[in-house]
Design a protein around this ligand. Structure first.
Ligand SMILES: Cc1cc2nc3c(=O)[nH]c(=O)nc-3n(C[C@H](O)[C@H](O)[C@H](O)COP(=O)(O)OP(=O)(O)OC[C@H]3O[C@@H](n4cnc5c(N)ncnc54)[C@H](O)[C@@H]3O)c2cc1C
Length: 468
Protein backbone atom coordinates (compact mmCIF):
# COMPACT_ATOMS: atom_id res chain seq x y z
CA UNK A 1 0.00 0.00 0.00
CA UNK A 2 1.20 3.50 -0.73
CA UNK A 3 0.69 5.87 2.18
CA UNK A 4 -1.09 8.97 1.01
CA UNK A 5 0.46 12.00 2.68
CA UNK A 6 -0.73 14.73 0.35
CA UNK A 7 -1.75 18.14 1.58
CA UNK A 8 -5.35 19.18 0.93
CA UNK A 9 -5.67 21.01 -2.38
CA UNK A 10 -6.15 24.73 -1.88
CA UNK A 11 -7.84 25.61 -5.14
CA UNK A 12 -11.59 25.65 -5.61
CA UNK A 13 -12.87 22.21 -6.53
CA UNK A 14 -15.57 22.63 -9.11
CA UNK A 15 -17.00 19.16 -9.05
CA UNK A 16 -20.51 17.77 -8.91
CA UNK A 17 -21.58 17.19 -5.29
CA UNK A 18 -22.43 13.61 -4.36
CA UNK A 19 -25.09 12.26 -2.11
CA UNK A 20 -28.58 13.10 -1.04
CA UNK A 21 -30.30 11.94 -4.23
CA UNK A 22 -33.03 9.31 -4.21
CA UNK A 23 -32.06 6.07 -5.89
CA UNK A 24 -35.00 5.42 -8.09
CA UNK A 25 -36.52 8.75 -8.74
CA UNK A 26 -37.41 8.72 -12.44
CA UNK A 27 -37.66 12.50 -12.33
CA UNK A 28 -34.24 12.99 -10.83
CA UNK A 29 -32.65 16.02 -12.44
CA UNK A 30 -29.73 15.37 -14.75
CA UNK A 31 -26.68 15.75 -12.56
CA UNK A 32 -23.66 15.12 -14.68
CA UNK A 33 -21.87 18.13 -15.96
CA UNK A 34 -18.46 17.67 -17.42
CA UNK A 35 -15.66 19.79 -16.22
CA UNK A 36 -13.49 19.92 -19.29
CA UNK A 37 -9.87 19.58 -18.35
CA UNK A 38 -7.13 18.56 -20.72
CA UNK A 39 -4.35 16.26 -19.67
CA UNK A 40 -1.93 19.22 -19.70
CA UNK A 41 -4.18 21.31 -17.50
CA UNK A 42 -4.59 18.39 -15.17
CA UNK A 43 -0.87 17.75 -14.93
CA UNK A 44 -0.30 21.42 -14.29
CA UNK A 45 -2.93 21.41 -11.56
CA UNK A 46 -1.31 18.35 -10.03
CA UNK A 47 2.13 19.81 -9.93
CA UNK A 48 0.94 23.21 -8.69
CA UNK A 49 -0.92 21.70 -5.81
CA UNK A 50 1.41 18.82 -5.22
CA UNK A 51 -1.47 17.09 -3.49
CA UNK A 52 -3.47 15.44 -6.22
CA UNK A 53 -3.19 11.79 -6.97
CA UNK A 54 -3.01 10.26 -10.46
CA UNK A 55 -3.88 6.58 -10.84
CA UNK A 56 -5.26 4.22 -13.46
CA UNK A 57 -8.42 3.38 -11.52
CA UNK A 58 -10.06 5.22 -8.60
CA UNK A 59 -12.47 3.06 -6.61
CA UNK A 60 -14.98 4.74 -4.31
CA UNK A 61 -16.11 2.25 -1.67
CA UNK A 62 -13.81 -0.08 0.25
CA UNK A 63 -16.47 -2.66 1.17
CA UNK A 64 -16.19 -6.29 0.13
CA UNK A 65 -16.63 -5.50 -3.58
CA UNK A 66 -14.39 -2.41 -3.75
CA UNK A 67 -11.65 -4.02 -1.65
CA UNK A 68 -11.64 -7.15 -3.82
CA UNK A 69 -11.50 -5.05 -6.96
CA UNK A 70 -8.54 -3.02 -5.69
CA UNK A 71 -6.56 -6.21 -5.06
CA UNK A 72 -7.53 -7.85 -8.33
CA UNK A 73 -6.63 -4.75 -10.36
CA UNK A 74 -3.33 -4.30 -8.56
CA UNK A 75 -2.59 -7.96 -9.32
CA UNK A 76 -3.22 -7.23 -12.99
CA UNK A 77 -0.72 -4.34 -12.97
CA UNK A 78 -3.00 -1.30 -12.53
CA UNK A 79 -2.29 1.56 -10.12
CA UNK A 80 -5.31 1.99 -7.90
CA UNK A 81 -6.72 4.46 -5.38
CA UNK A 82 -9.26 3.02 -2.93
CA UNK A 83 -11.43 5.50 -1.05
CA UNK A 84 -13.76 4.75 1.85
CA UNK A 85 -15.60 7.04 4.22
CA UNK A 86 -15.10 4.65 7.16
CA UNK A 87 -11.87 4.10 9.04
CA UNK A 88 -10.52 0.60 8.21
CA UNK A 89 -9.94 -0.07 11.92
CA UNK A 90 -13.72 0.32 12.40
CA UNK A 91 -14.51 -1.94 9.43
CA UNK A 92 -12.12 -4.59 10.73
CA UNK A 93 -13.92 -4.78 14.08
CA UNK A 94 -16.36 -7.65 14.75
CA UNK A 95 -18.98 -5.13 15.88
CA UNK A 96 -19.08 -3.52 12.41
CA UNK A 97 -20.91 -6.27 10.52
CA UNK A 98 -22.37 -9.38 12.14
CA UNK A 99 -23.25 -11.06 8.86
CA UNK A 100 -21.78 -14.15 7.33
CA UNK A 101 -21.48 -14.66 3.59
CA UNK A 102 -22.35 -17.87 1.79
CA UNK A 103 -19.41 -17.88 -0.62
CA UNK A 104 -20.16 -19.76 -3.81
CA UNK A 105 -17.55 -22.36 -4.72
CA UNK A 106 -16.58 -20.46 -7.88
CA UNK A 107 -16.05 -17.20 -6.02
CA UNK A 108 -13.86 -19.05 -3.54
CA UNK A 109 -11.60 -19.86 -6.53
CA UNK A 110 -11.18 -16.11 -6.97
CA UNK A 111 -10.16 -15.63 -3.34
CA UNK A 112 -7.57 -18.37 -3.83
CA UNK A 113 -6.20 -16.57 -6.89
CA UNK A 114 -6.07 -13.26 -5.01
CA UNK A 115 -4.00 -14.94 -2.28
CA UNK A 116 -6.72 -14.43 0.36
CA UNK A 117 -7.84 -17.99 0.92
CA UNK A 118 -5.13 -19.01 3.39
CA UNK A 119 -6.33 -16.27 5.73
CA UNK A 120 -10.00 -17.16 5.24
CA UNK A 121 -9.98 -20.97 5.09
CA UNK A 122 -9.46 -21.70 8.82
CA UNK A 123 -12.68 -19.79 9.58
CA UNK A 124 -14.68 -21.05 6.59
CA UNK A 125 -17.21 -23.84 7.13
CA UNK A 126 -17.93 -25.95 4.05
CA UNK A 127 -21.54 -26.24 2.90
CA UNK A 128 -21.96 -29.96 2.25
CA UNK A 129 -25.70 -30.09 1.57
CA UNK A 130 -28.66 -27.73 1.48
CA UNK A 131 -32.20 -28.44 2.69
CA UNK A 132 -35.04 -26.17 1.59
CA UNK A 133 -38.52 -26.59 3.07
CA UNK A 134 -41.73 -24.70 2.88
CA UNK A 135 -42.83 -24.44 6.43
CA UNK A 136 -45.19 -23.56 9.12
CA UNK A 137 -43.71 -23.15 12.56
CA UNK A 138 -44.63 -26.74 13.45
CA UNK A 139 -42.94 -28.23 10.36
CA UNK A 140 -41.67 -31.77 11.16
CA UNK A 141 -38.35 -31.11 9.40
CA UNK A 142 -37.40 -28.88 12.29
CA UNK A 143 -38.10 -31.75 14.65
CA UNK A 144 -35.84 -34.07 12.67
CA UNK A 145 -38.72 -35.81 10.88
CA UNK A 146 -39.33 -36.41 7.20
CA UNK A 147 -41.21 -33.86 5.13
CA UNK A 148 -42.71 -34.54 1.76
CA UNK A 149 -42.36 -31.01 0.30
CA UNK A 150 -38.67 -30.32 0.46
CA UNK A 151 -35.70 -29.82 -1.77
CA UNK A 152 -32.40 -31.49 -0.91
CA UNK A 153 -29.20 -30.41 -2.63
CA UNK A 154 -26.61 -33.12 -2.20
CA UNK A 155 -23.10 -31.66 -2.46
CA UNK A 156 -21.72 -35.09 -3.41
CA UNK A 157 -23.61 -34.85 -6.71
CA UNK A 158 -21.44 -31.92 -7.86
CA UNK A 159 -18.77 -32.89 -10.37
CA UNK A 160 -15.26 -31.73 -9.54
CA UNK A 161 -16.12 -29.66 -6.47
CA UNK A 162 -15.95 -31.01 -2.93
CA UNK A 163 -18.45 -28.54 -1.48
CA UNK A 164 -21.38 -26.35 -2.53
CA UNK A 165 -19.67 -23.33 -0.99
CA UNK A 166 -18.48 -21.96 2.33
CA UNK A 167 -19.94 -19.87 5.14
CA UNK A 168 -17.53 -17.17 6.28
CA UNK A 169 -17.97 -14.27 8.69
CA UNK A 170 -17.82 -10.96 6.82
CA UNK A 171 -15.35 -9.67 9.40
CA UNK A 172 -12.92 -12.46 8.43
CA UNK A 173 -13.16 -11.49 4.74
CA UNK A 174 -12.75 -7.78 5.53
CA UNK A 175 -9.64 -8.41 7.62
CA UNK A 176 -8.08 -10.64 4.95
CA UNK A 177 -8.80 -7.93 2.37
CA UNK A 178 -7.36 -5.06 4.40
CA UNK A 179 -4.25 -7.06 5.34
CA UNK A 180 -3.60 -7.74 1.65
CA UNK A 181 -4.43 -4.18 0.56
CA UNK A 182 -2.09 -2.70 3.14
CA UNK A 183 0.69 -4.94 1.85
CA UNK A 184 0.20 -3.95 -1.81
CA UNK A 185 2.29 -1.02 -3.11
CA UNK A 186 0.12 -0.41 -6.16
CA UNK A 187 -2.90 0.48 -3.97
CA UNK A 188 -3.22 3.88 -2.31
CA UNK A 189 -5.78 3.53 0.46
CA UNK A 190 -7.54 6.76 1.38
CA UNK A 191 -9.70 6.07 4.41
CA UNK A 192 -11.42 7.57 6.20
CA UNK A 193 -12.10 9.91 3.28
CA UNK A 194 -15.43 10.75 1.68
CA UNK A 195 -15.86 11.32 -2.02
CA UNK A 196 -17.86 14.53 -2.26
CA UNK A 197 -17.81 15.32 -5.95
CA UNK A 198 -16.94 13.82 -9.26
CA UNK A 199 -16.68 14.67 -12.92
CA UNK A 200 -16.12 12.49 -15.92
CA UNK A 201 -14.58 14.15 -18.96
CA UNK A 202 -12.80 13.08 -22.09
CA UNK A 203 -9.39 13.19 -20.38
CA UNK A 204 -10.02 11.77 -16.91
CA UNK A 205 -12.44 10.93 -14.15
CA UNK A 206 -11.96 13.28 -11.24
CA UNK A 207 -12.94 12.40 -7.66
CA UNK A 208 -12.96 15.22 -5.13
CA UNK A 209 -12.70 14.28 -1.49
CA UNK A 210 -14.39 16.18 1.34
CA UNK A 211 -11.01 17.16 2.74
CA UNK A 212 -10.06 18.89 -0.52
CA UNK A 213 -7.85 16.21 -2.04
CA UNK A 214 -8.47 15.12 -5.62
CA UNK A 215 -7.88 11.94 -7.55
CA UNK A 216 -7.52 11.81 -11.33
CA UNK A 217 -7.99 8.45 -12.99
CA UNK A 218 -8.60 6.90 -16.39
CA UNK A 219 -11.57 5.15 -14.82
CA UNK A 220 -13.64 5.67 -11.67
CA UNK A 221 -15.46 2.71 -10.15
CA UNK A 222 -18.57 3.07 -8.03
CA UNK A 223 -18.32 0.43 -5.30
CA UNK A 224 -20.18 2.70 -2.90
CA UNK A 225 -23.07 0.33 -2.25
CA UNK A 226 -26.83 0.80 -2.56
CA UNK A 227 -27.97 4.32 -3.46
CA UNK A 228 -24.62 4.88 -5.14
CA UNK A 229 -23.91 8.60 -5.22
CA UNK A 230 -21.42 8.10 -8.07
CA UNK A 231 -24.07 6.39 -10.19
CA UNK A 232 -26.49 9.22 -9.42
CA UNK A 233 -23.88 11.82 -10.37
CA UNK A 234 -23.50 10.09 -13.73
CA UNK A 235 -27.29 10.17 -14.05
CA UNK A 236 -27.66 6.39 -14.00
CA UNK A 237 -31.15 5.46 -12.94
CA UNK A 238 -32.16 2.41 -11.04
CA UNK A 239 -35.30 0.26 -10.65
CA UNK A 240 -35.75 0.06 -6.90
CA UNK A 241 -38.28 -0.94 -4.27
CA UNK A 242 -38.36 -1.87 -0.62
CA UNK A 243 -39.75 -5.20 0.65
CA UNK A 244 -41.12 -3.91 3.93
CA UNK A 245 -38.98 -6.66 5.46
CA UNK A 246 -35.89 -6.74 7.64
CA UNK A 247 -33.33 -9.50 8.06
CA UNK A 248 -32.47 -10.29 11.67
CA UNK A 249 -28.93 -11.64 11.84
CA UNK A 250 -27.12 -13.36 14.72
CA UNK A 251 -25.26 -16.54 15.45
CA UNK A 252 -26.16 -19.34 17.83
CA UNK A 253 -24.13 -22.12 19.38
CA UNK A 254 -25.69 -25.59 19.49
CA UNK A 255 -25.21 -28.98 21.10
CA UNK A 256 -25.11 -31.32 18.10
CA UNK A 257 -23.16 -31.18 14.84
CA UNK A 258 -24.76 -29.37 11.90
CA UNK A 259 -22.87 -31.71 9.53
CA UNK A 260 -22.32 -28.83 7.15
CA UNK A 261 -26.01 -28.69 6.18
CA UNK A 262 -27.43 -25.26 5.37
CA UNK A 263 -31.18 -25.05 5.88
CA UNK A 264 -33.72 -22.59 4.60
CA UNK A 265 -37.30 -22.65 5.86
CA UNK A 266 -39.83 -20.57 4.04
CA UNK A 267 -42.01 -19.22 6.82
CA UNK A 268 -44.96 -16.83 6.40
CA UNK A 269 -42.92 -13.73 7.40
CA UNK A 270 -40.06 -14.65 5.05
CA UNK A 271 -37.18 -17.10 4.77
CA UNK A 272 -35.38 -18.34 7.88
CA UNK A 273 -31.87 -19.50 6.98
CA UNK A 274 -29.61 -21.57 9.23
CA UNK A 275 -26.06 -21.46 7.93
CA UNK A 276 -23.36 -23.76 9.30
CA UNK A 277 -20.36 -22.04 10.88
CA UNK A 278 -17.15 -23.28 12.48
CA UNK A 279 -17.05 -24.28 16.18
CA UNK A 280 -20.58 -25.73 16.39
CA UNK A 281 -22.25 -22.46 15.55
CA UNK A 282 -24.82 -21.42 12.96
CA UNK A 283 -25.53 -18.03 11.53
CA UNK A 284 -29.21 -17.07 11.24
CA UNK A 285 -30.65 -14.85 8.56
CA UNK A 286 -34.25 -14.47 9.67
CA UNK A 287 -36.48 -12.37 7.44
CA UNK A 288 -39.63 -10.84 8.93
CA UNK A 289 -41.95 -7.96 8.19
CA UNK A 290 -40.13 -4.82 9.33
CA UNK A 291 -42.41 -4.10 12.31
CA UNK A 292 -42.23 -7.70 13.55
CA UNK A 293 -38.44 -7.72 13.15
CA UNK A 294 -38.15 -4.57 15.26
CA UNK A 295 -40.25 -6.19 17.96
CA UNK A 296 -38.11 -9.36 17.97
CA UNK A 297 -34.89 -7.35 18.09
CA UNK A 298 -36.18 -5.49 21.15
CA UNK A 299 -36.87 -8.71 23.13
CA UNK A 300 -34.75 -9.65 26.12
CA UNK A 301 -32.24 -12.46 25.43
CA UNK A 302 -34.30 -15.36 26.80
CA UNK A 303 -37.46 -14.38 24.88
CA UNK A 304 -35.41 -13.76 21.71
CA UNK A 305 -33.81 -17.20 22.03
CA UNK A 306 -37.23 -18.75 22.57
CA UNK A 307 -38.51 -17.13 19.36
CA UNK A 308 -35.47 -18.48 17.51
CA UNK A 309 -35.99 -21.94 19.02
CA UNK A 310 -39.60 -22.02 17.80
CA UNK A 311 -38.33 -21.59 14.24
CA UNK A 312 -35.10 -23.47 14.53
CA UNK A 313 -36.49 -26.69 16.00
CA UNK A 314 -34.67 -29.25 18.07
CA UNK A 315 -32.50 -31.04 15.53
CA UNK A 316 -29.26 -29.45 16.81
CA UNK A 317 -30.11 -29.77 20.50
CA UNK A 318 -29.97 -26.91 23.01
CA UNK A 319 -29.22 -23.44 21.59
CA UNK A 320 -27.50 -20.40 23.05
CA UNK A 321 -26.88 -16.95 21.62
CA UNK A 322 -23.30 -16.59 20.34
CA UNK A 323 -23.33 -12.99 19.09
CA UNK A 324 -25.19 -9.70 19.36
CA UNK A 325 -28.17 -9.20 16.98
CA UNK A 326 -28.25 -7.03 13.92
CA UNK A 327 -31.04 -6.10 11.54
CA UNK A 328 -30.90 -4.99 7.92
CA UNK A 329 -33.78 -3.38 6.01
CA UNK A 330 -34.27 -5.25 2.73
CA UNK A 331 -34.82 -3.78 -0.69
CA UNK A 332 -34.06 -4.33 -4.34
CA UNK A 333 -32.44 -2.18 -6.95
CA UNK A 334 -31.09 -2.79 -10.42
CA UNK A 335 -29.24 -0.06 -12.32
CA UNK A 336 -30.37 0.70 -15.85
CA UNK A 337 -26.73 0.78 -16.90
CA UNK A 338 -23.60 -0.52 -15.17
CA UNK A 339 -21.39 2.05 -16.97
CA UNK A 340 -21.11 5.66 -18.07
CA UNK A 341 -18.20 7.50 -19.61
CA UNK A 342 -15.17 6.83 -17.34
CA UNK A 343 -17.37 5.09 -14.77
CA UNK A 344 -18.18 1.45 -14.00
CA UNK A 345 -20.49 0.16 -11.24
CA UNK A 346 -19.69 -2.99 -9.24
CA UNK A 347 -21.30 -4.83 -6.32
CA UNK A 348 -24.35 -3.36 -4.58
CA UNK A 349 -23.82 -0.09 -6.44
CA UNK A 350 -24.80 -1.97 -9.62
CA UNK A 351 -27.61 -4.00 -8.08
CA UNK A 352 -28.69 -5.10 -4.64
CA UNK A 353 -30.88 -8.14 -4.12
CA UNK A 354 -32.78 -9.98 -1.37
CA UNK A 355 -30.49 -12.30 0.64
CA UNK A 356 -32.94 -15.20 0.09
CA UNK A 357 -30.43 -17.03 -2.13
CA UNK A 358 -27.21 -15.67 -0.54
CA UNK A 359 -25.99 -14.36 -3.88
CA UNK A 360 -25.52 -10.56 -3.54
CA UNK A 361 -21.79 -10.53 -2.88
CA UNK A 362 -21.19 -13.47 -5.22
CA UNK A 363 -22.67 -11.37 -8.01
CA UNK A 364 -20.48 -8.45 -6.91
CA UNK A 365 -17.35 -10.58 -7.09
CA UNK A 366 -18.30 -11.72 -10.58
CA UNK A 367 -18.57 -8.02 -11.54
CA UNK A 368 -15.09 -7.47 -10.17
CA UNK A 369 -13.60 -10.41 -12.06
CA UNK A 370 -15.33 -9.48 -15.32
CA UNK A 371 -14.20 -5.85 -15.07
CA UNK A 372 -10.60 -6.95 -14.52
CA UNK A 373 -10.77 -9.12 -17.67
CA UNK A 374 -12.26 -6.31 -19.77
CA UNK A 375 -9.77 -3.68 -18.58
CA UNK A 376 -6.77 -6.00 -18.93
CA UNK A 377 -7.69 -6.89 -22.47
CA UNK A 378 -8.35 -3.21 -23.39
CA UNK A 379 -4.99 -2.14 -21.99
CA UNK A 380 -3.28 -4.96 -23.91
CA UNK A 381 -4.72 -3.51 -27.10
CA UNK A 382 -3.58 0.01 -26.18
CA UNK A 383 -7.14 1.24 -25.66
CA UNK A 384 -8.36 3.87 -23.19
CA UNK A 385 -9.87 1.91 -20.27
CA UNK A 386 -12.36 4.69 -19.52
CA UNK A 387 -13.77 4.76 -23.03
CA UNK A 388 -17.42 3.82 -23.31
CA UNK A 389 -16.76 1.37 -26.12
CA UNK A 390 -14.53 -0.59 -23.71
CA UNK A 391 -16.92 -0.30 -20.76
CA UNK A 392 -19.91 -1.34 -22.86
CA UNK A 393 -18.49 -4.84 -23.01
CA UNK A 394 -18.52 -5.00 -19.20
CA UNK A 395 -22.07 -3.63 -19.13
CA UNK A 396 -23.35 -6.21 -21.62
CA UNK A 397 -21.59 -9.03 -19.79
CA UNK A 398 -22.62 -8.28 -16.23
CA UNK A 399 -25.95 -6.49 -16.54
CA UNK A 400 -27.50 -9.19 -18.69
CA UNK A 401 -25.82 -12.01 -16.81
CA UNK A 402 -27.08 -10.85 -13.42
CA UNK A 403 -30.59 -9.69 -14.39
CA UNK A 404 -32.16 -13.15 -14.37
CA UNK A 405 -30.78 -14.01 -10.95
CA UNK A 406 -31.61 -10.59 -9.47
CA UNK A 407 -35.22 -10.56 -10.68
CA UNK A 408 -35.50 -14.30 -9.91
CA UNK A 409 -34.66 -13.71 -6.24
CA UNK A 410 -37.26 -10.94 -6.17
CA UNK A 411 -39.89 -13.34 -7.48
CA UNK A 412 -38.80 -16.09 -5.08
CA UNK A 413 -39.19 -13.78 -2.09
CA UNK A 414 -42.66 -12.71 -3.21
CA UNK A 415 -43.70 -16.30 -3.83
CA UNK A 416 -42.43 -17.65 -0.52
CA UNK A 417 -42.97 -14.78 1.94
CA UNK A 418 -46.70 -15.33 2.33
CA UNK A 419 -49.20 -17.74 3.79
CA UNK A 420 -51.83 -17.84 1.06
CA UNK A 421 -53.22 -21.41 0.93
CA UNK A 422 -53.27 -22.09 -2.84
CA UNK A 423 -49.85 -20.45 -3.34
CA UNK A 424 -48.44 -22.52 -0.50
CA UNK A 425 -49.88 -25.71 -2.05
CA UNK A 426 -48.42 -24.82 -5.47
CA UNK A 427 -44.95 -24.00 -4.16
CA UNK A 428 -44.84 -27.20 -2.09
CA UNK A 429 -45.66 -29.13 -5.22
CA UNK A 430 -42.92 -27.18 -7.02
CA UNK A 431 -40.32 -28.02 -4.37
CA UNK A 432 -41.15 -31.72 -4.51
CA UNK A 433 -41.14 -31.73 -8.30
CA UNK A 434 -37.72 -30.04 -8.55
CA UNK A 435 -36.42 -32.39 -5.87
CA UNK A 436 -37.23 -35.34 -8.11
CA UNK A 437 -35.32 -33.91 -11.09
CA UNK A 438 -31.61 -34.65 -10.73
CA UNK A 439 -30.33 -32.69 -13.76
CA UNK A 440 -32.36 -29.58 -12.82
CA UNK A 441 -31.05 -29.76 -9.27
CA UNK A 442 -27.48 -29.96 -10.57
CA UNK A 443 -28.15 -26.82 -12.66
CA UNK A 444 -29.43 -25.01 -9.56
CA UNK A 445 -26.33 -26.12 -7.63
CA UNK A 446 -24.05 -24.75 -10.35
CA UNK A 447 -26.05 -21.51 -10.44
CA UNK A 448 -25.74 -21.07 -6.68
CA UNK A 449 -22.05 -21.97 -7.03
CA UNK A 450 -21.67 -18.94 -9.39
CA UNK A 451 -20.41 -21.44 -11.93
CA UNK A 452 -22.80 -20.88 -14.85
CA UNK A 453 -22.66 -18.50 -17.80
CA UNK A 454 -19.57 -16.77 -19.13
CA UNK A 455 -16.97 -17.09 -16.38
CA UNK A 456 -14.25 -14.43 -15.96
CA UNK A 457 -10.67 -15.75 -15.67
CA UNK A 458 -10.52 -15.33 -11.89
CA UNK A 459 -13.54 -17.60 -11.47
CA UNK A 460 -12.60 -20.36 -13.85
CA UNK A 461 -11.77 -23.81 -12.45
CA UNK A 462 -8.18 -24.35 -11.47
CA UNK A 463 -6.47 -26.67 -13.93
CA UNK A 464 -5.00 -29.78 -12.39
CA UNK A 465 -1.47 -30.18 -13.69
CA UNK A 466 -0.91 -33.44 -15.55
CA UNK A 467 2.85 -33.03 -15.48
CA UNK A 468 4.68 -36.00 -13.92
C1 LIG B 1 -28.70 -9.95 5.78
C2 LIG B 1 -27.85 -10.09 4.56
C3 LIG B 1 -27.23 -11.31 4.28
C4 LIG B 1 -26.45 -11.45 3.14
N1 LIG B 1 -25.90 -12.67 2.87
C5 LIG B 1 -25.20 -12.84 1.73
C6 LIG B 1 -24.64 -14.12 1.40
O1 LIG B 1 -24.77 -15.09 2.13
N2 LIG B 1 -23.94 -14.24 0.23
C7 LIG B 1 -23.77 -13.19 -0.61
O2 LIG B 1 -23.14 -13.37 -1.67
N3 LIG B 1 -24.28 -11.97 -0.32
C8 LIG B 1 -24.98 -11.77 0.83
N4 LIG B 1 -25.48 -10.53 1.13
C9 LIG B 1 -25.20 -9.40 0.22
C10 LIG B 1 -23.83 -8.77 0.54
O3 LIG B 1 -23.69 -8.56 1.92
C11 LIG B 1 -23.66 -7.47 -0.24
O4 LIG B 1 -23.92 -7.73 -1.59
C12 LIG B 1 -22.24 -6.92 -0.10
O5 LIG B 1 -21.88 -6.75 1.24
C13 LIG B 1 -22.13 -5.59 -0.85
O6 LIG B 1 -20.81 -5.13 -0.76
P1 LIG B 1 -20.39 -3.78 -1.52
O7 LIG B 1 -18.93 -3.64 -1.28
O8 LIG B 1 -20.88 -3.77 -2.92
O9 LIG B 1 -21.20 -2.61 -0.80
P2 LIG B 1 -21.12 -2.04 0.69
O10 LIG B 1 -20.82 -3.12 1.66
O11 LIG B 1 -22.37 -1.27 0.89
O12 LIG B 1 -19.86 -1.06 0.68
C14 LIG B 1 -19.94 0.25 0.20
C15 LIG B 1 -18.79 1.05 0.80
O13 LIG B 1 -18.77 2.33 0.16
C16 LIG B 1 -18.44 3.31 1.13
N5 LIG B 1 -18.95 4.60 0.64
C17 LIG B 1 -20.23 4.91 0.29
N6 LIG B 1 -20.29 6.18 -0.16
C18 LIG B 1 -19.03 6.69 -0.09
C19 LIG B 1 -18.44 7.96 -0.40
N7 LIG B 1 -19.17 8.97 -0.90
N8 LIG B 1 -17.12 8.12 -0.19
C20 LIG B 1 -16.35 7.12 0.29
N9 LIG B 1 -16.86 5.90 0.62
C21 LIG B 1 -18.17 5.69 0.42
C22 LIG B 1 -19.13 2.82 2.41
O14 LIG B 1 -18.49 3.35 3.56
C23 LIG B 1 -18.96 1.30 2.30
O15 LIG B 1 -17.81 0.82 2.98
C24 LIG B 1 -26.28 -10.36 2.26
C25 LIG B 1 -26.89 -9.13 2.54
C26 LIG B 1 -27.68 -9.00 3.66
C27 LIG B 1 -28.35 -7.67 3.94
Amino acid sequence: MTLQTVAPAMGAVAAIPLGGRPVASPDRPAATKDIAMTNDERDQANSEQGGDLRVDVAIVGGGLAGGSLALALAGAGFRVALVDATDPSVMRDAAFDGRTTALAYATARMFRRLGLWDAIAPSAEPIRDILVTDGALESPSRRGGVVDSHLWFDGAALDGEPYLGWIVENQIIRNALFDAIEATDAITLLAPASASGTSFDAGAARISLKDGRRIFADLAVAADGKRSALAAAADIRSHAWGYGQKAIVCSVAHERSHDGVAQEYFLPGGPFAILPMTNSRCSLVWTERADAADAYIALPDDAFLEAIGARFGVYLGALSLASPRWSFPLGFHFSESFVARRLALVGDAARAIHPIAGQGFNLGLKDVAALVDVLTSARGLGRDIGDLSVLDEYDRWRRFDSAALAFGTDMLNRLFSNDVGPIRAARRLGLSAVNALGPLKRTFMRESGADLGRLPSLLQPERVSSAP
